[in-house]
Design a protein around this ligand. Structure first.
Ligand SMILES: [Zn+2]
Length: 416
């Protein structure tokens, strides 16, 4: 297995990473643009795009911002509403796996930014049926979340005739360097299907075996191209115009708006996925089974490229967190109504057998080639100089509320 000599990405990254002759990955090469581009010019470019979408008649919103109780939601709304003075409509897909921290963060976001928000909560029975099918078909418990998050904003854009959708970072740019920032890639149905949805659009789930009908998938269907063109819907990514630094952005949001953080079991990043019981937990454990690595490796690569973590420190982080048992599996099994054995049986069908081997006790182990490849073999010339020392992620005090019940919260009170 080839690993990047600068960050830690292996060549089996699911988003098509490539390596140059020095063994440096495409993600690291494109990341160099963050220190090379003229970001004040890029910000002016963003301004020139946004200005065309200001609704001067005052009878509609200027744009749509997809939000949740975590991630870049605060930073995007802060930038668009308070810096660029746009009037956004917020939209959120209810992922059903909500933590109380996420419910509070979303409630606080609605309050401090004083925006209108639309929420889509699909019926629990349909969500469970779809999750059963996606576990079987692609070994994913997260398809419905990603499908919902990426399509609900587009449906609303078409329905309410609001042509501009504003997203945070494009992973094809920020993680793997599939495109330059200067390509200014925008949202496409094709990228969503191939990369976000693992090759399965909603229509591909209709199946007699899983008992999924056209009606069940209605909320996850992408609007017709004709409807999209009629309104002129486009989705832009802020990381093409703003030098993206997730850690610094979150810390700013903690200071200004009291964004709440949450310690995670399988990664050191306690800022990004605090609204979900599964994303950095059960879902991440499944990623590990499929690809041999988890979110902690993504987070370490990000910190290495931003020159806050050495490659050695990154390897230590990966080794510390990758094998951690997910903490919230029993919550998921109860919600889904399946046994632990059925869960493992379903997920094992999607295990990457090229990197996992059975040991003498018939347990799965990462092959030596994969596990031992992650050591510090890079030359000094490959390494980036640290510009600041790595500092721990901030732990905000946990706010107690009536939503703190230790279970998925379908609809929280969210009062702040
Ligand atoms: Zn790299």
């Amino acid at each position: 297995m080839i690993y990047c000599k600068r960050c830690l990405y292996p060549e089996n990254h699911p988003l098509n990473i490539v390596f140059d002759e020095d063994g440096i990955c495409s993600g690291c090469i494109i990341h160099e643009e963050k220190d090379r581009l003229n970001w004040s010019e890029r910000a002016e470019k963003l301004d020139s795009i946004l200005i065309n979408y200001k609704n001067l008649s005052g009878n509609n919103y200027d744009c749509i911002i997809p939000v949740s109780g975590s991630r870049d939601s605060y930073f995007i709304v802060h930038t668009i509403k308070n810096v660029y003075k746009m009037n956004p409509l917020l939209v959120t897909y209810n992922k059903h796996y909500n933590t109380d921290t996420g419910v509070r963060n979303l409630a606080n976001l609605r309050t401090v930014f004083n925006c209108d928000i639309l929420t889509l909560t699909v019926s629990p029975e349909i969500v469970k049926k779809i999750t059963r099918a996606t576990m079987r078909k692609m070994g994913s418990i997260y398809w419905h979340c990603i499908a919902g998050q990426t399509v609900f904003p587009v449906q609303i854009a078409v329905k309410f005739k609001i042509p501009l959708i504003i997203w945070g970072a494009h992973q094809g740019v920020d993680q793997v360097g599939m495109f330059s920032h200067l390509n200014e890639v925008e949202m496409t149905r094709k990228y969503r299907k191939e990369h976000d949805l693992m090759g399965y659009e909603a229509e591909d789930l209709v199946d007699e075996f899983d008992q999924i009908t056209e009606d069940d998938i209605a909320q996850f269907k992408y609007p017709d191209d004709i409807e999209i063109e009629k309104v002129g819907v486009r989705g832009i990514y802020l990381n093409n115009y703003i030098r993206w630094d997730s850690k610094a952005q979150h810390e700013n949001m903690i200071n200004i708006y009291n964004y709440e953080t949450l310690i995670q079991t399988r990664t050191f990043d306690s800022y990004n996925d605090v609204d979900c019981y599964n994303y950095s937990d059960v879902h991440d454990y499944i990623k590990y089974i499929k690809h041999g690595y988890g979110k902690v490796l993504d987070h370490a690569c990000r910190e290495i490229r931003l020159r806050r973590m050495s490659r050695e420190q990154g390897i230590e982080m990966v080794q510390k967190f990758t094998n951690k048992t997910p903490k919230n599996l029993s919550l998921f099994l109860d919600w889904m109504g399946i046994t632990k054995n059925s869960f493992h049986y379903l997920i094992d069908q999607h295990r990457n057998k090229e990197i996992w081997k059975r040991n003498d006790n018939w347990e799965w182990e990462l092959s030596d080639e994969f596990a031992l490849g992650l050591k510090d073999i890079s030359r000094d010339s490959d390494k980036l100089n640290l510009i600041e020392p790595f500092t721990d992620f901030i732990k905000t005090p946990k706010k107690e509320s009536s939503d703190s019940i230790g279970e998925y919260i379908l609809i929280g009170k969210g009062a702040v």
